[in-house]
Design a protein around this ligand. Sequence first.
Ligand code: 13P
Length: 262
Amino acid sequence: MVTQRTPLIAGNWKMNLDHLQAIAFVQKLSWSLTDVAHDFEQVEVAVFPPFTDLRSVQTLISGDKLELRFGAQDLSQHESGAYTGEVSGAFLSSLGSHYAIVGHSERRQYHGETDAEIGAKAAAAVKNNIVPVICVGETAEDLAEHGPSAVPAGQLREILTSLTPEAEIVVAYEPVWAIGSGQAATPEQAEEVCGVLREVIAEGLGDDAAAATRILYGGSVKSDNIASFMRETNIDGALVGGASLQLEEFVRIVQFKKHVGV
Ligand code: 13P
């Protein structure tokens, strides 16, 4: 039986847009998607605003019954207590946060997050009914030294030791050299790595989990390259940074099925 994985287009806003800008953006995004009769059952759409925006985004989405989903860009591995500056999965869950990104390369780079911590964060998300979007990816140096899949596969292997097969997860392959560089991976290279990541999920969590888990590609995704990624067997969506802040461009990415040849 072929498992159907609903494609997911996710916009990681990073540290952009305050809560007022977020409300305006999500409102316009929703109108634009309504204008093009977007079918959310066919392609799921989620935004990942900064923490301070989440309550405003939740109020808009639930008040207007929008089909958009939202998530946080990080969460604490701890439930509560003396962890100044941290935000727990329980808090995010009570805000209706469907997802939380864990292990983004910018967290690894600027906050020294390790795969063990990222695994603990993913487990904390699952415990609070939040789907972790687990980011893995190699730097340019890793690529030169180890090739494309060894480092992301090793990261994912370690993170998955904190999880059990029933948990819904999303994996995002984001080569660090492709993030914000305008130089995306080729679809063939991304597919090769995503195929290896699916094997890692099968080894760690079993074949059913591997078949069900959505694997996203991230790194300089634009409307003119999304279709080529989405044609690949093991790529089930995209984690979009810069282009997710450009309304029309993001809508075109979400509408990838309308692009020629898909
Ligand atoms: P860009 O789309 O700006 O390259 O960023 C990708 C990313 O880091 C998404 O998490």
